[in-house]
Design a protein around this ligand. Structure first.
Ligand SMILES: [Zn+2]
Length: 67
């Protein structure tokens, strides 16, 4: 089965920092990402793609007890 490869737009390689050089590879049930710049390979079995939104600080609101 041919491996499906798709560049992840705007994704930076966690290893070398190259942008738009990271491919999302899909082969049947297996999914991983590869960097064509440095050869980094990382499994993405259940991890979200690198294009997920930036982390936002979670604001915990204490329970307000009204009288
Ligand atoms: Zn890289």
């Amino acid at each position: 089965m041919a491996v499906k490869r798709q560049f992840i737009a705007g994704a930076a390689c966690p290893a070398c920092g190259a942008v738009d050089r990271v491919q999302r590879c899909l082969d049947g049930e297996r999914i991983w990402m590869e960097c064509v710049a440095c050869g980094m390979v990382r499994d993405l079995d259940d991890a979200p793609p690198a294009e997920d939104p930036p982390a936002q600080p979670v604001t915990l609101r204490p329970n307000k007890r009204s009288h």
